[in-house]
Design a protein around this ligand. Sequence first.
Ligand SMILES: [Zn+2]
Length: 143
Amino acid sequence: MRSIRVDRPAPYPPRVSAATKPFWEALREERLTTTRCLDCEDNTFPPKPICPNCFSSRLTWQPLSGRGTLYSYCRVWAGPEVFREELPYTVCVVDLDEGLRLGSRFLDTVEPEVGGRVTAVFVHYTDATLFFFEPEAARKNES
Ligand SMILES: [Zn+2]
């Protein structure tokens, strides 16, 4: 997975809690992770302090591939004030290869293709690291 640097603070920085701090620290190190239940073996996203499937609090951190399929997307032309500098932008729903469906941003380098293969991109703002998605093909064409 590749990364990009943005020379300004994130428009809406993450709200870090004790339970999610390891997730945000891993993102800064360019690793996508989530919580995995040690009792029922379910992965959940976003990371949670308690398993939503069996309510166990015996959780561990699980690395994720950051690869998946684009399930859906939406181009945002009129967004919240904090995202004004980023308009227009694209939000997306991705089905990760690990079976998790999650919402994120889509890098606007090419037109998104529903059903197409995507991979995560680490976006380092000056105050936080987030992750977006882009088509796998875009990554291959870069080198
Ligand atoms: Zn569980």
